[in-house]
Design a binder for this molecule. Structure first.
Ligand code: NDP
Length: 478
């Protein structure tokens, strides 16, 4: 039996119990057994991080940069193997898995540079003979809690800036997919980073995650996951005056205007809604289509979706892998029923599929004749289920796009500079895409949303320093 332990203070330590990591394409295939940390082990990890912090924060930025660069290089060199592991545990296709692993490697390399570029400011004082310096310092021990849908990229985009700017880390990955995070921790453990600077504690959110959030030795929490859990974490952090950053759900609109390039609009809609099995916080699930292009668009979507190959994530020629778990599959299928009960018409898909192996396969579903008030257009489904809302013109499309409690990503397909420019300014989202899918972002620029999608400073790019550092203002009499 393959077992994988927690990394605490540079040692691989078993917890009291273990959890099997299943392949959602083939339930008979167990990726490995991953140990579960209890509150006592979590406490050891936090203590190790606290003890390692003074030397790490005051240490050489060259050493930090070299370690991050080394981690990035190894991830990139092993992208095929790690991409296969990711596809096996999460159900993204192998090419999608390799893409995510590549992203993780690039992020470490980016922050290998950023840790050398952390600039401050010098200003004259309003008083004579005084200088003012503004510098950034690490926050301390940072707790990172990550979801199952990006098992290596999200840990990477939190760990890399945390370490780059001199913090120590305790990572709690999603219990459903700990394999990629474990592989990343193993790479980090050999990078030259001192024991205790980076710690991995696996286990369920309600035990290990809560213990991390509540621990008085943790100075900040960066969380990506659902809105419900995020809200609770924010409340706990506020009570304890802990710094907090939340990235949560989305109900991202994709507007298709009459003047759009039809083939491009169909392709980017299929990408947005269904690739990675629709399990991306930036996935679109609301296609908002203007009157004139609507009939052609629907017909073209139906043809294109009929050609999508759903199957084993590790097999060649597959477009879309399985849903991640039984619970997620049940949720997706229940929204198909909810949509029908609400009066939307199911154009295509929405049924469970059987394949050679027992897995959570589902045909991507598209509803038409849906209205903005329907639950399928308001609640995050987080699977391959999308719906089309017909509108009369751009103004109505924009109003419908913004009529959501979320605000992560918003897309528009149009050949009109006027509408594209207006949409970029008026879409209530943290990220706007013109003639591009709502999902698919660069790693060197900020990532995040508004309204119910995000809370606190942005992640990624140089903006990551906002969360992973504290500002100090120093006055010196000349
Ligand atoms: P969850 O909120 O269920 O879990 C996210 C993480 O929080 C997991 O590690 C989970 O642990 C942990 N957790 C659960 N309960 C607690 C708790 N009480 N205290 C502390 N930690 C806890 O989300 P999912 O994993 O189901 O991920 C899907 C969600 O993530 C979707 O809503 C999606 O939109 C969002 N997401 C947002 C992104 C963004 O950047 N905006 C990117 C990717 C996903 P465990 O799994 O072990 O229970």
């Amino acid at each position: 039996m393959n077992t994988f332990n927690n990394l605490i203070n540079g040692e691989w330590i078993a917890g009291n119990s273990q959890s099997p990591n299943h392949n959602p394409s083939n339930l008979a295939d167990i990726v490995g057994h991953y140990t579960q940390a209890d509150a006592a082990q979590l406490d050891l990890a936090v203590q190790a991080a606290q003890a390692a912090f003074p030397a790490w924060r005051n240490g050489s930025i060259q050493a930090r940069s070299d370690a991050l660069d080394k981690i990035g290089s190894e991830i990139l060199a092993r992208k095929e193997e790690l991409g296969t592991l990711l596809a096996r545990e999460e159900g993204k296709t192998q090419p999608e898995g390799m893409g995510e692993v590549t992203r993780a490697g690039q992020i470490f390399k980016f922050f290998a540079g950023e840790c050398l570029r952390l600039a401050g400011e010098t200003l004259p004082s309003v008083r004579p003979n005084i200088g003012v310096e503004i510098t950034r310092e690490p926050v301390g021990v940072v707790g990172l809690i990550t979801p199952w849908n990006f098992p290596i990229a999200i840990p990477a985009w939190k760990i890399a800036p945390a370490l780059a700017f001199g913090n120590c880390v305790v990572l709690k990955p999603a219990d459903l997919v700990p394999g990629s995070a474990w592989a990343l921790a193993e790479i980090i453990s050999r990078s030259g980073i001192p024991a205790g600077v980076f710690n991995l504690v696996m286990g369920p959110g309600r035990v290990t995650g809560e213990a991390l959030v509540n621990h008085p030795g943790v100075d900040a929490i960066s969380f990506t996951g659902s809105v419900g859990v995020g809200r609770r974490i924010a409340q706990t952090c506020a009570q304890n005056l802990k710094k907090v950053q939340l990235e949560m759900g989305g109900k991202n609109p994709q507007v298709i205007l009459d003047d759009a390039d039809l083939a491009q609009a169909v392709e980017l809609s299929v990408q947005s809604c269904f690739y990675a099995t629709g399990q991306r916080c930036t996935a679109s699930s609301r296609l908002i289509v203007t009157d004139r292009i609507y009939p052609e668009f629907i017909a073209a979507m139906q043809r294109r979706m009929a050609a999508i190959q759903v199957g084993d994530a590790c097999q060649a020629g597959i477009d879309i892998g399985p849903v991640v778990s039984q619970a997620q599959l049940e949720q997706d299928l229940s929204y198909v029923e909810i949509g029908q009960a609400e009066g939307a018409s199911l154009l295509i898909g929405g049924e469970r599929l059987s394949r050679a192996t027992d897995g959570y396969f589902m045909a991507p579903a598209l509803f038409v004749d849906s209205t903005p008030a329907m639950r399928i257009n308001r609640e995050e489904i987080f699977g391959p289920v999308a719906s089309v809302i017909r509108v009369k013109d751009y103004e109505q499309a924009l109003a419908v796009a913004n009529d959501t409690p979320f605000g992560l990503s918003a897309g528009i397909a149009t050949t009109s500079l006027k509408y594209a420019t207006h949409f970029k300014r008026h879409a209530q989202a943290g990220m706007v895409m013109v003639n591009l899918p709502t999902a698919g972002v660069d790693y060197h620029v900020p990532f995040g949303g508004r309204k119910g999608s995000s809370y606190g400073p942005r992640e990624q790019g140089r903006y990551a320093a906002e969360f992973y550092t504290m500002v100090k203002t120093a006055y010196t009499l000349a």
